[in-house]
Design a protein around this ligand. Structure first.
Ligand SMILES: C[S@@+](CC[C@H](N)C(=O)[O-])C[C@H]1O[C@@H](n2cnc3c(N)ncnc32)[C@H](O)[C@@H]1O
Length: 127
């Protein structure tokens, strides 16, 4: 993510977490990714990009549980002492129900895709 940001300096950064689940770990990775970029922005004296976060899981996932924790998550993002002084732009977080074996997002809509402990569910080799 660091190399990518340094090369591209995107004003909008779309990230997907495939198989995000709905527990206490769900937003950890997203937090780490945005923190990494924000720390870089601070060092480079850039504005933080707009974040567009897609949280994907199967339709039975408890997305409501994630949505209920979003206010708290956004407060954590903006009150992070490591990025104190950074001007935070809009952060859009959305749930994307559906299997990642099929099309779940539009073409060329993502900069970064993360998936952890989900691919071992693979029932087929992805394209
Ligand atoms: C072990 S959990 C991992 C949760 C989280 N990524 C983590 O690392 O803590 C695996 C998640 O992958 C999801 N999953 C499994 N197959 C999937 C598929 N085909 N499409 C989307 N999500 C899937 C499951 O519903 C489950 O929430």
């Amino acid at each position: 993510m660091t190399c990518f940001y340094k090369e591209r300096h995107p004003k909008k950064l779309a990230i997907a977490d495939l198989g995000c689940s709905c527990g206490p770990n769900t937003l950890f990775v997203v937090f780490d990714l945005t923190e990494t970029v924000d720390v870089l922005c601070k060092a480079l004296n850039h504005e933080s990009p707009e974040y567009i976060i897609f949280l994907n899981d199967l339709p039975g996932n408890d997305f409501n549980n994630i949505f209920k924790s979003l206010d708290c998550f956004k407060k954590k993002l903006t009150s992070n002492p490591l990025v104190d002084g950074i001007d935070h732009q809009y952060c859009c977080i959305t749930g994307v129900p559906g299997s990642f074996y099929g099309r779940i997002l539009p073409t060329s809509s993502l900069y970064f895709v993360h998936s952890s402990y989900s691919l071992h569910y693979t029932s087929q080799v992805p394209d």
